[in-house]
Design a protein around this ligand. Structure first.
Ligand code: ADP
Ligand code: MG
Length: 337
């Protein structure tokens, strides 16, 4: 068996779209052009990891998920899950996958939560006590048991998302694919869902997760691929992605004293670039913001210089670079744009 859960090689998806931006006179009826939504994408997902697929809206995340889950045929390239080529043996491949698509009705809203799970269990050949026990356990685990006999249309967005996840887990797939799972959820429901995702990983399953929330990708993923305009522009652990940035660290200090001499001393320390000071009337403290260009290495020189000046440090904090900073440095634009 292959050592990877998912192997994506030279994956490409072109859509035919109506030709845009043509002058009226030159426009021919129904002229089509090709739009490349996923452009020669390569990555391998390790068994048991959470692989984050981070990118802005329209980057090609859902298209990639649909090609992995046999819902869309690639224009070219291949996807192999647990050693099975999804385009050659789709049914066999699907036995390894539990997929929850974004915003789509992957459950029946006129059925109750429990009926939904029973239906999907039956589709997977599970009936009787084994099925019922498993369904009850899933309902309980996903905090759906108290409202299991209400129709899904009455559920909150968070509950709908949990039924969809329970459904995806019924057949015990070794790989779980989640498309923007927390999108549209309130912060508390999103937090709960992220906890569930970590629990599912703890069971030994592999998770492929798309998101446009950098904090979510950072918090959950063992490794992250950043995708933009259909291309993977970076792939590493969240730590390495942030480290690779070598970004200006911003250090915030709260001091009981501040003057030109201290400012000048600090400004002359190597790798310190900008020093801003502000007196906070309410706290009767100086608030100083220092930009350091070589990460954390200069922090100790900064602290000794301040201590030597006689000023007292009341508070100290350092801002870490975020994946948003990584994205900006790679693309020149913000993830949220
Ligand atoms: N069926 C389709 N026909 C034409 N264009 C499509 C189709 N599906 C998706 N696209 C386009 O492909 C790009 C990637 O879409 P998608 O994979 O849904 O992005 P994401 O999930 O990252 O937001 C977008 O520009 C989208 O408009
Ligand atoms: Mg999408």
């Amino acid at each position: 068996m292959s050592s990877f859960a998912i192997e994506v090689s030279n994956l490409m998806k072109e859509f035919e779209v109506k030709k845009k931006n043509q002058s009226f006179w030159r426009r021919k009826r129904n002229e089509k052009e090709k739009f490349v939504a996923v452009n020669n994408v390569n990555f391998n997902v390790n068994r048991g990891e959470i692989f984050g697929f981070l990118g802005p809206n329209g980057a090609g995340k859902t298209t990639t998920i649909k090609m992995i889950s046999t819902l869309l045929r690639p224009t070219s390239g291949s996807v192999v899950v647990n050693g099975i080529d999804v385009n050659k043996k789709p049914l066999e491949a699907l036995k390894n996958l539990g997929t929850v698509l974004a915003g789509e009705r992957s459950t029946y809203w006129k059925l109750t939560g429990k009926e939904n799970l029973k239906y999907f269990a039956a589709m997977n050949g599970m009936t009787g006590k084994t099925a019922n026990d498993k369904i009850d356990a899933l309902l309980k685990r996903f905090s759906l048991d108290k409202r299991a006999d209400e129709t899904v249309e009455k559920y909150s967005t968070g509950m709908k998302q949990r039924v969809a996840l329970a459904k995806a887990l019924i057949a015990e797939p070794s790989i779980v694919i989640l498309d923007e799972p927390t999108s549209g959820l309130d912060p508390q429901s999103a937090r709960n869902l992220r906890e569930l995702i970590l629990e599912i990983k703890e069971e030994g399953r592999t998770i492929f997760l798309t998101t446009h929330y950098m904090e979510e990708a950072d918090h959950l993923s063992d490794r992250i691929a950043i995708i933009d305009h259909g291309e993977i522009i970076a792939l590493d652990t969240p730590q390495n992605l942030k480290k690779s940035l070598n970004k200006t660290n911003v250090v915030m200090l709260e001091l009981n004293n501040w003057n030109e001499d201290i400012a000048n001393t600090i400004k002359h320390i190597k790798f310190i670039e900008k020093v801003n000071s502000k007196f906070n009337d309410a706290a009767q403290k100086w608030q100083i913001k220092v930009h350091i260009t070589n990460g954390n290495d200069t922090i100790s020189s900064l602290i000794s210089a301040i201590t030597a000046s006689g000023a007292k440090i009341n508070n100290f904090s350092a801002e870490e670079p975020t994946l948003e900073d990584v994205f900006i440095s790679l693309t020149g634009k913000s993830l949220r744009e």
